[in-house]
Write a protein that binds this ligand. Structure first.
Ligand code: ZN
Length: 131
């Protein structure tokens, strides 16, 4: 009898566990879905083009903070990525000029020139490559 009871308890516990894991996975999926949706909306708002060079492959387009420090801003807000994209979209739609669309190249070049978001250690390696 005890063995059966224990097994039943274990089964219930593992079912519960599986449900939580599933829950997290679904949440991630949902987050990814909304992130994609708002990214798409933002890209469309800006005409799916890099502001600087006109590059139009959406796979390499990135939402950039005009004044930089996007990572810092993101951390300060303490939002998940879904809420973050939603917030940007709402701000941009209401006329905010804080963000712009850049391709990966322009974004990295801008970051390099303005020394944004890049740890010094990494920058050093870029400035003085081994020849
Ligand atoms: Zn560009």
């Amino acid at each position: 009898m005890d063995k059966v009871k224990k097994r039943e308890q274990w089964r219930k516990a593992s079912n519960k566990y599986r449900k939580t894991i599933k829950g997290i996975k679904n949440k991630l999926k949902l987050e990814r879905y909304y992130r994609k949706k708002y990214r798409h909306l933002l890209l469309e708002f800006w005409g799916n083009r890099c502001k600087k060079c006109g590059f139009d492959d959406i796979r390499a387009l990135q939402i950039d903070h005009v004044k930089g420090y996007g990572v810092q801003h993101y951390k300060e807000l303490k939002l998940n990525r879904f809420s973050y994209y939603k917030k940007i979209y709402e701000e941009v739609k209401s006329g905010s000029k804080k963000y712009q669309l850049l391709c990966a190249n322009c974004n990295w070049i801008k970051r390099f020139i303005k020394n944004e978001n890049t740890p010094r250690r990494k920058l050093k390696n870029v400035v003085s490559p081994k020849s």
